[in-house]
Design a protein around this ligand. Structure first.
Ligand SMILES: [Mn+2]
Length: 325
């Protein structure tokens, strides 16, 4: 059964609203930020009152997008009534976090998303699990609705497509993805700005954290296991925080011959966060589950009490049993 509403129905609902809230999920990513910014620009151009919320901190590498400056954090959202809430890239209602508490009354919920796990929580749903990104879906909606694209809308949506498709290399990249990318390219988005801000630039501190991890990284089990760690002393000395550890594990799995990577981070005393990545038939969830964590086949994690050397020894013993078995 198709639980989706038609493209026309979604447009009708939006058209009859004057005051809309556009929201991201918690821990927003590039697809999410790009889709929210594009929807905000389009609705404002149609003369609507639009409030756009980034549910959490705007990752600094998306701040270059035109319109990012008018996104607000949920704390700054005033309690108000809206005609509709457009939820973008959100697989379920819970991904809206605390911000639901700020909404008075019962506005129509419009759910536009590409997660296969989407539970159709909206009053109006437009979910395409085969799409590489929500930005791809939003592009196709604007095309179907005959809405004009601008350079700023194209830059936001292209950023979303690039980030969620692994620069158009994940298996979800389809001919439709490239057709929608072509629509955006006609607006001459600044590809150099997108590449530098989204794919290349990180803070100097983040480079230093990466260097500290790689400096002591270990290749083991005949080259199929790579692991690295950062202890609490190093975290403090570098003043490293959450975002500084992002993607570090990609550097451990991204080694020729490696099929399994583990990253240990003692970012607070007595607790070690452990990240796992697996490929080539291995499953990252198995060892993570042994320590009370979870995730997906390719990426999983857990949090373990103890000091770094104890946790490393216990987890690596389990990893070796798994890889050897
Ligand atoms: Mn997405």
């Amino acid at each position: 059964m198709n639980k989706n509403h038609s493209i026309t129905k979604v447009k009708q609902i939006i058209d009859r609203c004057d005051n809309l809230l556009v929201i991201s999920h918690i821990l927003p990513d590039g697809d999410n930020v790009g889709s929210v910014i594009a929807m905000m620009h389009l609705l404002r151009a149609k003369g609507k009152q639009v409030t756009a919320v980034i549910n959490g901190t705007l990752p600094p590498y998306y701040a270059f997008l035109s319109g990012a400056e008018s996104l607000i954090a949920p704390e700054r959202l005033e309690e108000a009534a809206y005609d509709a809430v457009i939820c973008l890239d959100m697989s379920d209602h819970g991904r809206g976090g605390e911000l639901w508490q700020k909404i008075k009354g019962t506005p129509s919920l419009i759910n536009i998303d590409h997660h296969i796990s989407n539970d159709y929580f909206g009053d109006y749903n437009y979910v395409k699990a085969e799409a590489s990104s929500t930005a791809e879906i939003v592009t196709s909606l604007f095309v179907a609705w005959h809405e004009p694209f601008t350079k700023e809308i194209a830059e936001a949506l292209y950023t979303g497509m690039v980030t969620d498709s692994g620069s158009f290399t994940y298996p979800s990249t389809s001919p439709q993805t490239m057709t929608m990318a072509a629509v955006l390219l006609k607006q001459n988005p600044d590809l150099e700005a997108i590449r530098e801000n989204v794919l290349e630039n990180v803070s100097f501190k983040r480079k230093k954290v990466l260097a500290a991890v790689l400096n002591d990284a270990v290749l083991a089990e005949n080259g199929i296991l790579c692991y690295g760690a950062i202890d609490y002393e190093q975290v403090k000395a570098l003043e490293a925080e959450g975002p500084d550890f992002e993607n570090i594990i990609d550097h451990l799995i991204g080694v020729i011959g490696v099929k399994y990577a583990v990253f240990f981070r003692a970012s607070e005393p007595g607790v070690v966060k452990v990240g796992f990545r697996a490929r080539g038939g291995f499953d990252a969830t198995i060892v993570a589950a042994e320590f009370g964590g979870g995730g997906h086949k390719a990426a999983a994690g857990c949090s373990v009490s103890g000091n770094l050397s104890q946790v490393k020894a216990a987890v690596l013993a389990a990893v070796r049993r798994y890889l050897g078995g």
